[in-house]
Design a protein around this ligand. Structure first.
Ligand SMILES: C[S@@+](CC[C@H](N)C(=O)[O-])C[C@H]1O[C@@H](n2cnc3c(N)ncnc32)[C@H](O)[C@@H]1O
Length: 204
């Protein structure tokens, strides 16, 4: 039987072990999440598509993985998607889909490989939370977004139980540096009875 990963993904790990974990999972990732009804890419893509008029403008899919998030974004009309991820093996799977304008391998926590404002839309779908990217990534992405730009992201129930993740969002909302356009708790991986909140914020 193929090795299962969902039962161990939500444990705390640093960038190096996250990269190794996702490299190992890359070949069976899509089958395992599909089997469990992975719903968050479609939910995030729909929320962003409803509020971004220009679907031709470049969009950064941060933590693009094998490209399931890019696929969902493409389906709702986004045409120019750049993906970044720390796992070379996940990126190799994304490359095979032929849907990204560019795919870039990044180090955990490294500065973003673009200048602030280059993207008016960023997605971080299933990326920030225990077992993957830390809360500090939220600040990195918000700083990399242009004024008036929008970011869609999700926190699953594990991330929602740890106040550090929503606190990162509140830091931006409470001082008026961003405003919340959409927030909805709903299915993430129904097969393991896990939900996620999808958020859409606008940087002011
Ligand atoms: C659960 S997968 C989600 C992938 C894709 N967005 C999707 O919806 O299928 C999480 C992804 O985040 C990437 N990741 C984790 N920590 C990261 C970090 N610090 N910087 C960039 N990517 C990271 C992992 O390599 C993995 O591909």
């Amino acid at each position: 039987m193929a090795e299962r990963f969902l039962d161990k993904v939500y444990s705390a790990r640093d960038g190096t072990s996250a990269r190794k974990f996702y490299d190992k999972w890359s070949a069976s990732y899509e089958a395992e999440v599909a089997e469990n009804g992975y719903a968050t890419p479609g939910r995030c893509a729909a929320a962003l598509a409803d509020r971004v008029a220009d679907k031709t403008a470049p969009l950064l899919d941060f933590g693009c993985g094998t490209g399931l998030s890019g696929l969902a974004l493409k389906r709702v009309g986004f045409e120019t998607i750049d993906g970044v991820d720390l796992s070379a093996e996940m990126l190799a799977q994304a490359r095979q889909k032929g849907i990204y304008r560019s795919l870039t391998h990044i180090e955990a926590g490294a500065p973003l490989p673009h200048s602030p404002g280059e993207y008016q839309a960023i997605s971080a779908i299933g990326v920030i939370g225990a077992g993957a990217a830390p809360a500090s990534i939220f600040h990195l992405l918000m700083k990399g977004l242009g004024a008036g730009g929008k970011m869609v992201f999700s926190f699953n129930d594990h991330a929602l139980h740890d106040p550090i993740y929503e606190a990162a969002l509140c830091e931006w909302l409470d001082c008026g540096a961003a405003r919340l356009l959409f927030r909805e708790h709903g299915p993430h991986l129904p097969g393991i009875d896990l939900k996620a909140t999808v958020y859409l914020v606008e940087k002011l």
